[in-house]
Design a binder for this molecule. Structure first.
Ligand SMILES: [Zn+2]
Length: 311
């Protein structure tokens, strides 16, 4: 088979549907794995007598209580083993019905099952087929725009990481380093190998400016308002996007994600009476801005620069 076949929008679109199905599993299981690991580590930490002596300096009775609690926490975690990312096979979260291969075909199965579990008839969220369809469409769009080049492989991989990071942030407000660091690594590697149009200095500057631009905004916000607006994960995600797309694209990404984020945030607070003290995850907006810059970066820059620079 010629390379053009494997990198055609049809083939990559179908691959994207399957990757999207896997992303749905990752989005559910990766934060669960992280949280169980933290709980287990906390249990181990509570049993560290030297640490307790340095910090709380509890009396013997209190020390024994804390240690016993830590021990129970570790035992609880061992009773709830974290699922692997690829195995075991998925089950219905309501009735535990093991999902068969023909109930696991991207988009089609959800339509054929009429959005209900075949065993217990509990509704299956429309988000699953939407994530699959979006991944398929984005992979096809990358193939369409970049053709049979290494850039297509780089951007498809980056899109998978971005989508998983954005959805996990939306669900849990966590932005795992296991997803944001690979985006940065992939960007630097692609620039170094000449796989994308971004040069290595531009990728390296993108990494640094991406991190420190958001870090300075967040630090300033914290000084002025006395609370955390954005977190470390957001800085790392924008650093990854800067490394992947080059420092020039940071401007459209930041402007787009802040504008859309402010609109949605305002809507949530005013219309949905969202508590303004509860942070709204910023990762999905950064990821959306990154996708816009990936496909329309040159156009966005051409539109934005003349309005920002004096004539
Ligand atoms: Zn069920």
């Amino acid at each position: 088979m010629p390379l053009d076949f494997w990198f055609s929008p049809w083939v990559l679109g179908l691959l994207g549907l399957c990757i999207g199905s896997f992303l749905n599993v990752v989005v559910y299981r990766l934060p669960l794995r992280m949280e169980l690991e933290w709980l287990s580590d906390s249990g181990e930490f509570l049993q560290d007598e030297a640490m307790l002596a340095r910090t709380l300096q509890p009396d013997a009775k209190r020390k024994a209580e804390i240690g016993a609690f830590g021990k129970r926490l570790v035992a609880d975690c061992q009773a709830h083993p974290a699922p692997g990312l690829a195995r075991p096979r998925s089950r219905c979260p309501s009735c535990g019905h093991l999902i068969t291969w023909y109930e696991n075909i991207p988009v089609l199965s959800w339509l054929m099952l009429k959005a209900r579990c075949s065993a217990c008839k509990t509704r299956i969220s429309a988000r699953y087929p939407l994530v699959e369809a979006a991944t398929g469409a984005l992979f096809a769009a990358v193939a369409w725009q970049f053709g049979a080049t290494p850039a297509t492989a780089v951007y498809c991989l980056a899109i998978a990481l971005l989508l998983a990071a954005a959805l996990i942030d939306l669900d849990t407000t966590l932005l795992p380093d296991t997803l944001t660091f690979p985006i940065a690594g992939l960007g630097l590697l692609a620039a170094w190998m000449g796989w994308t149009a971004v040069s290595l200095p531009h990728a390296a500057l993108g990494l640094m400016f991406g991190y420190f631009s958001l870090w300075s905004v967040a630090t300033l916000f914290k000084l002025l308002r006395g609370r955390q607006g954005m977190a470390e994960g957001d800085f790392r995600l924008l650093a990854g996007l800067g490394a992947l797309l080059g420092w020039q694209q940071l401007l459209p990404i930041i402007l787009l994600s802040s504008a859309v984020g402010a609109l949605v945030g305002g809507y949530m607070v005013l219309v949905k009476s969202h508590n303004r003290e509860v942070p709204i995850p910023f990762g999905p907006y950064l990821a959306g801005g990154g996708l816009a810059a990936l496909f329309f970066g040159q156009l966005l820059l051409a539109l934005m620069l003349p309005t920002l620079l004096p004539q």
